[in-house]
Design a protein. Structure first.
Length: 200
């Protein structure tokens, strides 16, 4: 896997001052990050989140998804625990890219759900690749994680790379009238584990 570590720096946020580690995927010219906090290399399981980039949700406050809310909730949980890591992967729109995501949104405006929209554009329902996680976690000496996710595919992807997922922690937040259908589709068609009572 042609992923190489580049450099680390401090990143002060409203929750904590994280260490930011930069990685380059030379095969597809993508840049990825890990935000870490505390002593993550002491062998104890690390509270972790694998978060795929969502410009519209993470930076533009979109209510069409729950991505921005999940990103903030994960960083807050890590800060509260004083130790953890968030992998920020540059695979926008479940791997189809930003402009294709806008095309998918247009189809959703016309009635398609998020899976149908991707498939009408000729893509799979979820094109994301988590194989890059192994190199990033190995560099940080993280081998056991308590993974904040609702997506069993992420658990399987890390486990298949011999990363020990000792616990799955639900991360359900940000539900609103604009993303109710989106969340229902994630549960019904993509197998995400959604407990209706735990959204806040």
């Amino acid at each position: 896997m042609p992923v190489r570590y580049v450099e680390s720096s401090k990143l002060p946020t409203q929750w904590a001052v994280f260490d930011m580690h930069g990685f380059e995927d030379v095969e597809n010219d993508k840049e990825h990050l890990v935000l870490s906090l505390g002593d993550i290399s002491n062998g104890e399981p690390v509270l972790a989140r694998v978060h795929s980039e969502c410009l519209t949700g993470d930076a533009l406050f979109s209510m069409r998804c729950d991505c921005g809310a999940q990103l903030q909730a994960a960083l807050k949980k890590i800060a509260e625990e004083g130790r953890g890591a968030l992998l920020y992967l540059r695979q926008e729109g479940r791997g189809i890219g930003l402009l294709n995501k806008i095309k998918a949104y247009k189809l959703q405006d016309e009635g398609a759900d998020t899976v149908e929209a991707n498939e009408r554009l000729g893509f799979g329902a979820d094109m994301r690749d988590y194989s890059i996680c192994k190199v990033m976690l190995d560099h940080l000496n993280i081998h056991q994680v308590r993974l904040m996710t609702n997506n069993p595919r992420k658990v399987d992807a890390l486990s298949n790379q011999r990363i020990d997922v000792v616990e799955r922690i639900p991360l359900q937040t940000g539900k609103n009238p604009h993303n109710a259908k989106y969340l229902a589709t994630k549960a019904g068609k993509l197998g995400h584990l959604m407990d209706e009572g735990s959204h806040k």
